[in-house]
Ligand binder design. Structure first.
Ligand SMILES: [Zn+2]
Length: 427
């Protein structure tokens, strides 16, 4: 479920998008890059930010961020992989630490805090996940620290070496820079943050062009499978982000992808019957695709048919076991049916999902309701406090944490979690 874009009930930390399908696609795209750079996939976390401008950047702690504007605009997987390889070049080159100390020495603490804040947000995984709140705040233009020209050149060189080792066509990198250059010319007053962070110059493009033409990986395309999932990501983002009622005039390259985008747009109109007919056609095309079943569940749930959403969500969970975000959707559907049996099952499903993915505000919201319905007001307050902290509402989080402490036995796991929140917020 494309969390941040769906109904408020699924809202994640503002601006941060959680979606299993897209996150999986990004991991698939970046895996060859990381292994060519000798970084293991687990040490880097990927984040999707809902923002129409073109940008990608790295934070400390090896976190990589992508704006939806960039993900929607780049037409081929090779272009996006080129950006990923360049960002990876900044990580392996250690450029970020130089940026932070530069920000500190310039006494520009706000900038350092922003970058470090993003890093600690992720380092806190497994704990209450409180510090993630900082991510939700949109970075202002002035908060982007530019890399130096020599750092850019070194990241480009690293990217070329990575792509050569991964045997992926590096000419995507050129297309990205040309796109940015064209944007800069067209919207002089509204420069993409990517161009601010990664200074763009004719010289940089010319050097890169020269080296790309010499690369032995020139012309080496990624697999058809990867190209397919990249197209699915663009279809899904277009469907959820474009203005409702948008008539798409350009094809995404296949009937299936166009139908996917159209189904989501129909759902958002809303035109629930036509949206359901479209998603059923997609399921017919790929009956064991968990994300199409998940989407069907989401359509039903969001059009007020929670009980009917249970079956497709169950199917999706069975096809993608261990996926916390899909399980969160099932939990929500069970809660909306609101019988004793459904509520009990929802509590189990959501407790598991919240453990597997402590950053999902929507899962925590549903879990609090499940606790409340089971009569456990103390745990409902703990989980609500964690959600509010996650969403950048420290004052409300503190009130809930204090309520939880009053309700729960001292020393119990819930009481300890409430104390953690109080301490981190500084109450
Ligand atoms: Zn750069």
């Amino acid at each position: 479920m494309l969390a941040a874009l769906a109904l408020p009930v699924n809202a994640s930390a503002a601006g941060l998008i959680r979606d299993s399908e897209i996150e999986r696609t990004l991991r698939q795209l970046i895996t060859p890059v990381f292994s060519a750079a000798d970084l293991t996939e687990q040490t880097v976390r990927l984040f999707i930010i809902q923002d129409n401008s073109l940008n990608a950047f790295v934070g400390t702690g090896r976190n990589m961020f992508f704006h939806t504007g960039l993900l929607r605009t780049l037409e081929t997987p090779e272009e996006l992989i080129g950006v990923m390889a360049h960002e990876t070049g900044h990580i392996t080159g250690g450029h970020l630490f130089a940026r932070i100390s530069a920000a500190r020495s310039a006494q520009n603490k706000a900038i350092a805090a922003t970058i470090i804040g993003i890093a600690t947000a992720v380092a806190g995984a497994g704990r209450a996940g409180l510090s993630i709140a900082g991510i939700g705040n949109r970075l202002a233009e002035r908060d982007y620290l530019s890399f130096t020209r020599s750092q850019e050149a070194s990241a480009d060189a690293a990217a070329l070496a990575i792509l050569e080792r991964a045997r992926i066509d590096p000419s995507g990198m050129i297309r990205v820079l040309e796109r940015l250059e064209a944007n800069q010319a067209a919207f002089a007053h509204n420069v993409d943050p990517y161009a601010l962070t990664h200074p763009l110059s004719r010289q940089r493009i010319e050097f890169l062009q020269r080296d790309v033409l010499r690369s032995p990986a020139l012309g080496a395309k990624v697999s058809a499978e990867l190209t397919y999932w990249h197209g699915r990501m663009r279809a899904k983002l277009d469907g959820f982000i474009a203005q409702p009622g948008t008539r798409f005039t350009t094809s995404l390259g296949s009937r299936e992808l166009d139908l996917y985008r159209e189904a989501i747009m129909l759902h958002r109109l809303p035109s629930p019957d036509r949206a359901l007919a479209a998603v059923d056609k997609l399921i017919e095309m790929r009956p064991s695709d968990p994300y199409y079943w998940e989407l069907k569940g989401q359509f039903l749930l969001e059009s007020g048919r929670g009980e009917a959403a249970i079956a497709p969500y169950r199917k999706a969970v069975a096809l993608a076991p261990g996926d916390a975000l899909i399980a969160g959707g099932l939990g929500q559907a069970l809660l909306s049916a609101d019988t004793q049996g459904h509520n009990r099952e929802a509590l189990q499903v959501l407790e598991r999902a919240a453990l597997d993915d402590p950053y999902h505000a929507g899962v925590k919201r549903s879990l609090a309701l499940a606790y409340q319905r089971s009569g456990d007001d103390g745990m409902a307050a703990v989980v609500s406090a964690e959600r509010m902290a996650l969403q950048g509402q420290p004052r409300d989080a503190l009130i809930q944490a204090q309520r939880a402490k009053a309700l729960l036995p001292v020393g119990s796991p819930g009481h300890l979690r409430a104390e953690d929140i109080t301490r981190e917020i500084g109450g």
